[in-house]
Design a protein around this ligand. Structure first.
Ligand code: NDP
Length: 300
């Protein structure tokens, strides 16, 4: 029996996109500026192609100027860097996104650090990571997945998390670490766990807010969850379902949903939780960038 409130990420994402849409229309009206996003993809990775296509589609839905650069797998790092430089200098482009992972012969880090930090709507540049760490949110870009997760947490717990313990499982630069910084900025007491954490279940049981960003299907079990906790499942894992036929798969998170929903106070489903928030926050970051470039205050 499920007792937890199911956090509807799809609905929250739609409301973010609605706000972005109307703010973009207003920016165009008031300043003649249309937010522009450039998405760069190198190679043929099918999952990346799906992500890139959906980003372009959502950008158009928001009324943005959207361009996609599709480069061959064999593209040199120098050519990719020169495209990034062109986009840095293109006044119609306010957001640059290079889809990761890049082919093995290209250094991801070098390419990300070549993006103008003021157009780094993924928030992966060290300047933006640094700003988030020191709490300068007004000029930073915050990575989209943790930013979206934070909005979902706010819906349940409000903006001030004083007195609450937050546990983040995962310490990646794109999810775990920025997530921890956001929770800390909201006054939670934050613990970050990873593969060397000795007693993960006991640490998680201490969490009023539990964020799983591990990449291991259904790792977080029901008895890891403190009764009433808010559980945010960032994981997206495709697992085989042989009983449905050969080659059939389904998506599961890093949280064993059914078990945890019996204990948690609120929980995000997979799909339909954090996933839709990521792309919505990308649109929000691009709008914010366009506003900043136009010298206008972005909407709250
Ligand atoms: P990474 O692989 O970069 O990081 C995984 C983290 O989990 C690492 O810090 C690792 O620890 C930790 N970890 C791995 N195994 C264990 C374990 N057994 N016990 C404790 N900690 C463990 O993944 P990402 O952060 O990029 O992504 C995490 C998940 O989120 C994935 O499922 C990914 O698909 C999903 N994701 C979803 C997005 C969305 O839009 N919703 C966007 C981005 C990611 P260590 O550092 O010690 O190796």
């Amino acid at each position: 029996t499920e007792t937890a409130t199911v956090i509807d990420g799809k609905a929250v994402a739609e409301s973010v996109v609605e706000t972005v849409k109307s703010a973009a229309a207003e920016l165009k009206q008031a300043a003649g500026v249309v937010p522009g996003i450039a998405v760069v993809i190198v190679g043929e990775d099918p999952a990346s192609q799906v992500y890139v296509a959906s980003k372009g589609k959502k950008a158009k839905e928001c009324g943005f100027h959207s361009v996609q650069h599709t480069l061959a797998e064999a593209t040199s790092e120098a050519d990719l860097l020169s495209l990034v430089e062109d986009l840095n200098n293109d006044p119609q482009i306010h957001g640059i996104l290079v889809q990761l992972p890049l082919p093995g012969h290209i250094d991801d880090g070098r390419v990300i650090q070549a993006i103008d930090p003021e157009k780094d709507v993924d928030g992966f540049h060290v300047i933006n990571a640094g700003k988030l760490t020191i709490g300068d949110m007004d000029t930073a870009f915050v990575p989209c997945t943790p930013a979206g997760s934070m909005l979902l947490i706010e819906r349940v717990r409000g903006k001030d998390l004083s007195g609450l313990n937050a546990v983040v499982v995962g310490r990646s630069n794109i999810v775990g670490k920025p997530m921890a910084s956001l929770l800390l900025a909201a006054n939670a007491t934050v613990t970050i766990c990873h593969s060397r954490t000795p007693d993960l279940p006991a640490t998680c049981r201490n969490a009023d807010i539990l964020v799983a960003a591990v990449g291991r299907p259904e790792m977080v079990r029901g008895d890891w969850v403190k009764p009433g906790a808010t559980v945010i499942d960032v994981g997206i894992n495709r697992i085989p379902v042989p009983e449905r036929g050969e080659g059939k798969t389904r998506l599961v998170g890093d949280v064993a949903y059914a078990e945890c929903a019996e204990v948690a106070g609120a929980i995000t489903p997979v799909p339909g939780g954090v996933g839709p928030m990521t792309i919505a926050m990308l649109m929000a970051n691009t709008l914010v960038s366009a506003c900043r470039h136009a010298g206008r205050t972005p909407p709250a």
